[in-house]
Design a protein around this ligand. Structure first.
Ligand SMILES: NC(=O)c1ccc[n+]([C@@H]2O[C@H](COP(=O)([O-])OP(=O)(O)OC[C@H]3O[C@@H](n4cnc5c(N)ncnc54)[C@H](O)[C@@H]3O)[C@@H](O)[C@H]2O)c1
Length: 354
C-alpha cells in the first residue's frame, strides 16, 4: 500500500499544561497518524520557527516550514491536519483545497463566522477533497454507546435532549455536534437563545458568552435545550436524552456517578452502561477519529466528521447567537455572514448585561 503522506499546519508549542491560549492539538493528531501503519509524517508548518522545529523533532518529521503555502507547494501531501485557531481555518482550508489535496482534517470550531463556514462548505462541495473537522468525541464510548442505545430502541423515540456546557461556541460546538449525532444528523429548523456577556471568555482567540440559555427544534420534532455558564456542573449531567420510553444520562466523570446510565419507564430502574474506563475526553478518541477519516478516504464513504455535518452544528451555534441579536426566534436556514456574538461585542449590544 502506498504511504499516506501527512502534513500539519499549526504545530503549537508543547508546554506543561494545555490551556485556552494553546492546547497544541497537533501533538494529539500526530500520534493518531503514527498509530496507523499506512501513514508517514512528512512535513509541518508553523509561522513560529521554533514551534515547527520542536514538533518536527518530537515526531521525527523530516521537513519543517514557516510558510504553509511553501509546504503545500513542495510536498506531495495526501492529508493535512490544520491545528490553528478558528479565525485561520477558512484561509488554510481553502489553500489546501486549491492545492488539490485528497484530504484536509481541520480542528474545530469550523470557523469564526458563519460566512466562513459556508464558504468552506461550498468550496468542499465543488472539490474532490475530503474535508473533515475534528469532533473526535463522536468516537468515544459514552457517546457511541448512547447512539447504540437509541438505535436499539431502548428509550423509544427521542423527544427532548438537554445539555450543559461551559459555553456554546468553543466547548459547546462539540456538544451540539454530539446532540446532532444522537439525533441521527437531523437538521435544526429554528433556534432561540439569550446570553449574558458580563465577562466575555476567550478560547483560542474566539469569544464565548458568560452564560446562556438556548433551545432549538429539529425537523424530526425533537427539542434540544442547552444551558451554558461557569457553574453548569452543579446543575446536573452534561447530557440527558428523554425518549418516549426512557431516559439516557451521560455523566461528567465516573468519580461523580455513572458515566452512562439508562432508565426504561417499563421497569423504572436505572442501569449503568460500561464505558470501559472512557470519559468525556478519552482515551483513544483522536486515534479513532483520524482512523475513520482515513478509512473513508480509502473507501470513498462519507466521514461522520464531514463538513456537511459540521455545518449543521454551526448553523445551530450561530443561529442561537443570532436569536440573541434579533431578540426572537430564528427560523433556519438563515442568511447571515458574520458572527452575531462578535457583532454584539463590538457594537456594545451586550453592555446592558454587564
Ligand atoms: N478537538 C478538541 O477537543 C480541541 C481541544 C482544544 C483545542 N481545539 C482547537 O484546536 C485548534 C488549535 O488550537 P491549539 O490551542 O491547539 O493551538 P496552539 O495555539 O497550540 O497552536 C496553534 C499554532 O498555530 C500557529 N500559527 C498561527 N498562525 C499561523 C500561520 N499563519 N501559519 C502557520 N501556523 C500558524 C501558531 O504559531 C501556533 O503554534 C483551535 O481551533 C481549538 O479550538 C480542539
Amino acid at each position: 500500500m502506498a504511504a499516506i503522506r501527512v502534513g500539519f499546519i499549526g504545530t503549537g508549542k508543547k508546554k506543561e499544561r494545555p490551556d485556552l491560549n494553546g492546547f497544541f492539538m497537533a501533538y494529539r493528531h500526530a500520534p493518531a497518524y503514527q498509530a496507523l501503519p499506512q501513514c508517514q509524517l512528512v512535513a509541518c508548518a508553523d509561522i513560529e520557527k521554533d514551534h515547527a522545529t520542536a514538533f518536527a523533532n518530537a515526531f521525527d518529521v523530516p521537513a519543517a516550514y514557516t510558510n504553509y503555502h511553501d509546504m503545500l507547494a513542495s510536498e506531495k501531501l495526501d492529508i493535512v491536519s490544520i491545528c490553528t485557531w478558528p479565525h485561520l481555518h477558512e484561509e488554510m482550508v481553502l489553500a489546501c483545497l486549491e492545492a488539490g489535496l485528497p484530504a484536509v482534517h481541520s480542528e474545530k470550531p469550523m470557523a469564526l463566522t458563519f460566512g466562513q463556514c459556508r464558504t468552506m462548505l461550498d468550496a468542499a462541495r465543488n472539490s474532490p477533497t475530503q474535508l473533515t473537522f475534528n469532533h473526535q468525541r463522536r468516537f468515544g464510548a459514552p457517546f457511541r454507546k448512547t447512539r447504540e442505545l437509541i438505535g436499539d430502541g431502548q428509550i423509544g423515540r427521542i423527544v427532548r435532549m438537554d445539555a450543559l456546557c461551559g459555553d456554546l461556541y468553543d466547548g459547546g460546538c462539540h456538544w451540539v455536534d454530539l446532540l446532532n449525532y444522537f439525533n441521527g444528523e437531523a437538521r435544526a429548523t429554528w433556534t432561540l437563545g439569550q446570553i449574558d456577556g458580563r465577562e466575555i471568555r476567550y478560547a483560542f482567540g474566539a469569544p464565548s458568552e458568560y452564560q446562556g440559555l438556548f433551545q432549538w427544534g429539529y425537523d424530526n420534532g425533537v427539542l434540544a435545550v442547552m444551558l451554558t455558564g461557569p457553574d453548569v456542573r452543579e446543575w446536573g449531567p452534561p447530557f440527558r436524552i428523554t425518549g418516549s420510553e426512557g431516559i439516557i444520562e451521560i455523566g461528567w466523570d465516573a468519580a461523580s456517578g455513572p458515566m452512562l446510565q439508562v432508565l426504561r419507564f417499563t421497569d423504572g430502574q436505572w442501569r449503568d452502561i460500561d464505558c470501559a474506563g472512557e470519559s468525556l475526553h478519552g482515551p483513544g478518541f483522536h486515534e479513532r477519529a483520524i482512523a475513520d477519516v482515513l478509512n473513508c478516504l480509502a473507501s470513498g464513504q462519507t466521514p461522520e466528521l464531514c463538513a456537511e455535518n459540521q455545518m449543521k452544528s454551526m448553523e445551530i451555534v450561530f443561529g442561537c447567537y443570532e436569536s440573541c441579536r434579533r431578540r426572537g426566534r430564528v427560523d433556519l436556514p438563515m442568511d447571515i455572514e458574520d458572527s452575531p456574538l462578535l457583532d454584539m461585542i463590538e457594537t456594545g449590544a451586550l453592555g446592558s448585561s454587564r
